[in-house]
Design a protein around this ligand. Structure first.
Ligand SMILES: [Zn+2]
Length: 396
């Protein structure tokens, strides 16, 4: 933590670097005019098969593996700078101060998940950032989180959508809102539904989501109107229709270590506006919703894929979090966290009704009440997990 934070201060989080990113790097990453290359779509499978060797002057990263094994991805120095440029200019767009105090709620390990006593946060000695645990969020612990936030008064919170949503739901119950000048919550790395964004905005005011992926072929960022605009200075993005909907396909331009051409992200969108005539003044194309990975679906015994399960639980009273675990072809475990003072039997009845609307009676439902839903090793929340249904396997 000590050394890592010092390096972070040197290379990422100091006034000079922030200023350079905001004001000097624009000419290195102009809006791209390139045409989409004439080739077939590629995906994880095609690149894994090609067995790319690690290029010199590159840094390795990994895609998160869900139904597939993780894929190693390589980044050139320019690609690394570009990624940081995306973050810094996103913050600048939303008027975050150059030297912002940052609270982080993004899956950092603060203490053992079995240790349920505060503090659930830790201070970074050089950058002054405060890291909060994503692994200790529970109705009992949330008041301590909120108290600490009020004490620290960060300019921004950088969070995983699932973590900030949990915090916001509890804050709403407690009637808590930030009582200081707050620039906003910046999220990324998980699917963030409009419904959950709305809950977070009711508590924290401004919430801005960034969409990207480990392969770094497309970046979309939310404006003040909640629209996800394509960052046209990042890559060449296409929206391609298939039998499941409209998906994001990207071609990177600034990563010589791993050029990806017409790469299928597997993420679907809704509300595409190619004209980009948004009242915010940004004329880049935008979408109104990012649906997330196509592997977040249930598989019914008749072969049907049922996705977008998060929508099923919209408006159910008393539900804090819910995870669907398809244990086999016929059994669906419904893990849920109940709001205090709600009746679990009533909640189970409501959940069953909502689920049966979508999946009929083809799956046997098994309800399991939890104090909290386990996160992946990276601290991320998964709304749907298929264990042995179909040919998929799950890894963190
Ligand atoms: Zn806009």
């Amino acid at each position: 933590m000590f050394v890592k934070d010092f390096l972070w201060l040197l290379f990422k989080e100091n006034l000079l670097i922030n200023w350079v990113y905001r004001h000097m790097l624009g000419s290195s990453f102009p809006v791209l005019q390139q045409r989409v290359p004439a080739c077939e779509l590629s995906d994880k499978g095609s690149y894994k098969a090609s067995k790319l060797k690690k290029p010199i002057f590159s840094v390795a990263g990994y895609t998160s593996g869900t139904t597939n094994q993780p894929m190693t991805v390589y980044r050139s120095v320019k690609s690394i700078l570009l990624e940081e440029y995306m973050v810094k200019t996103f913050l600048a767009l939303h008027r975050v101060p150059l030297k912002a105090k940052i609270a982080v709620l993004r899956g950092d390990m603060i203490k053992a998940s079995t240790d349920n006593t505060p503090p659930f946060w830790r201070f970074a000695p050089f950058t002054g950032r405060v890291f909060f645990s994503s692994f200790h969020l529970s109705p009992e612990n949330v008041p301590a989180y909120l108290q600490q936030l009020s004490k620290e008064k960060p300019d921004i919170i950088m969070a995983y959508p699932s973590s900030i949503t949990f915090l916001a739901k509890q804050a709403k119950l407690l009637g808590w809102v930030p009582d200081w000048s707050f620039s906003g919550v910046f999220t990324s790395s998980e699917t963030f539904t409009p419904e959950n964004q709305q809950i977070c905005r009711e508590v924290f005011g401004k919430v801005f989501d960034h969409y990207g992926q480990a392969e770094r072929v497309a970046a979309l960022q939310q404006c003040a109107f909640g629209h996800y605009h394509v960052r046209e200075d990042y890559s060449v993005v296409e929206f391609v229709d298939d039998e499941h909907g409209t998906k994001i396909v990207g071609t990177n331009v600034h990563n010589s270590a791993m050029p990806l051409r017409r790469y299928d992200t597997g993420d679907y969108i809704e509300g595409l506006n190619k004209l980009g005539n948004c009242p915010c003044g940004n004329h880049a194309p935008y979408v109104t919703r990012i649906l997330g990975r196509d592997d977040d679906y249930l598989l019914l015994p008749d072969g049907r894929h049922i996705g977008r399960m998060d929508v099923a639980f919209k408006g159910i009273a008393g539900l804090l979090e819910c995870q669907l675990v398809q244990a086999d072809d016929k059994t669906l475990e419904v893990h849920f966290v109940l709001e205090p003072s709600h009746d679990p039997a009533q909640l189970e009845q409501d959940l069953a009704a909502a689920l049966q609307q979508r999946v009929g009676d083809m799956l046997d439902l098994k309800f399991i009440q939890q104090r909290s839903i386990a996160r992946t090793k990276a601290g991320k929340f998964r709304s749907v997990i298929r264990l042995n249904a179909g040919n998929s396997s799950v890894s963190n």
